[in-house]
Design a protein around this ligand. Structure first.
Ligand code: GLY
Length: 393
């Protein structure tokens, strides 16, 4: 009996060692691939004021200017590679690609400044403590809060081309831009940024989710009443469907807001989003959602999967067992899927994009089933979060 127990224990230890080793293998493989791909992209795009975004259906590189909402992601990828390797070569590249983003400090036409500046410059600040990055975060946050209307209680997402005040459009993605505001309050001691972030999160919590736990994409508020006039489909299939990336922004955004405030309502909201995603009958077994939960069988969205994995890894640190383990395992499943040949582009291919199979804006027929730069960013972030958690445990 004793001998049997020892053999059993040895088998269990060996299998946990093996799964540990294979976990580390897939992370290492993906990070190594990320380095090869980012070096290729960096070499291909000589102009540091143009930002790799996606590939056309013909496989041509799509570049955007600094004012695109995606401009911060390639610089962010370079910062993550520096964080992963401590290799000064990545530091130099990250600094070079981040430099032009300083031109966004006073750009007040979008709410996406958190993605564009908060993500890459926030990473740059954490990794270098460079005062210039601190100042850029603060100045850009000053610009972002000019889009907050206290009467509505929200940051306006897009400015109307007509110049008219209505509709006052707010998208679930906007939750992601609040992280920069929390950082700005910590950097300056000025509570205003944080108060605006909290007001925005509070109203989003009440207005932006359906009874079944899913998030709308676009809400059109009336600036005079502060009430919702219209629920729009935006980048999702319809105004009643669950656009996959929108669900991921909600999960990630409220997890981050809980980290920054300790407000349990935000934690409950993040958990509801996680449960909605993980229990959805249309979630494929590899954990990579269809571009819209209501369009099963259509294109997958690797970008939504990467954001979900990153959000779940953070959320797993805020909930008790066995829920924490379930979220961690779900994130691991996604990361293993994204690290497989189905999603990971071959080294030296795809102009340096890391992941295949994302969807940008299917209703417009734009960026459907192609690599997209923010998928790579959140994948890298999730891999590093996963590695840190594994090392900690
Ligand atoms: N923020 C726009 C998108 O998620 O595609």
């Amino acid at each position: 009996m004793k001998r049997y127990s020892i053999v059993l224990l040895a088998c269990l230890l060996a299998s946990s060692f093996l799964s540990e080793a294979s976990a580390q293998r897939f992370v290492r493989r993906s990070l190594e691939r990320a380095a090869v791909q980012a070096a290729l992209m960096d070499a291909e795009v000589a102009d540091t004021t143009l930002y790799p975004t996606s590939l056309s259906p013909e496989g041509e590189m799509e570049l955007k200017t600094i004012r695109s909402w995606v401009s911060g992601f390639f610089p962010g990828n370079l910062w993550y590679l520096y964080a992963a390797t401590q290799d000064p070569m990545w530091l130099g590249k990250a600094r070079r690609r981040t430099a032009a983003l300083a031109g966004l400090a006073d750009y007040d036409r979008t709410h996406d400044l958190g993605f564009m500046v908060g993500c890459p410059v926030g990473l740059g600040l954490e990794l270098t403590q460079d005062e210039a990055y601190r100042d850029l975060i603060v100045r850009t946050s000053e610009t972002l809060v000019t889009r907050f209307d206290p009467a509505v209680g929200l940051i306006r997402s897009w400015t109307n081309k007509s110049g008219k005040p209505n509709p006052y459009l707010v998208i679930i993605d906007n939750m992601m831009n609040l992280e920069m505001l929390f950082r700005a309050s910590k950097l300056t001691g000025d509570p205003k940024f944080r108060e605006i972030a909290v007001a925005h999160a509070d109203k989003t919590l009440v207005q932006h989710f359906r009874e079944d736990g899913s998030a709308y994409h676009v809400l059109a508020y009336d600036v005079n009443t502060g009430r919702v006039d219209e629920y729009r489909g935006g980048q999702g299939y319809s105004n009643t469907s669950a656009w996959a990336r929108g669900q991921s922004w909600g999960l990630y955004g409220f997890t981050m807001c809980y980290r920054e405030t300790g407000d349990k309502r935000y934690l409950e909201r993040a958990v509801r989003s996680a449960e909605y995603i993980l229990n959805h009958p249309n979630l494929p077994s590899d954990g990579v959602p269809y571009w819209d939960f209501d369009r099963p069988g259509e294109e997958r969205d690797a970008s939504a999967a990467a954001v979900i994995a990153s959000g779940l890894l953070e959320l797993s640190g805020y909930v008790p067992q066995p829920q924490a383990r379930r979220y961690f395992r779900a994130a691991e499943r996604i990361l293993k899927s994204l690290s497989s040949d189905k999603y990971l582009n071959p080294a030296g291919s795809a102009h340096g994009f890391l992941l295949a199979h994302s969807v940008g804006h299917k209703p417009k027929g734009s960026q459907v089933d192609v690599p997209i730069i923010y998928a790579d960013y959140y994948f890298l972030e999730a891999l590093l979060r996963y590695r840190n958690l594994k090392n900690k445990h």
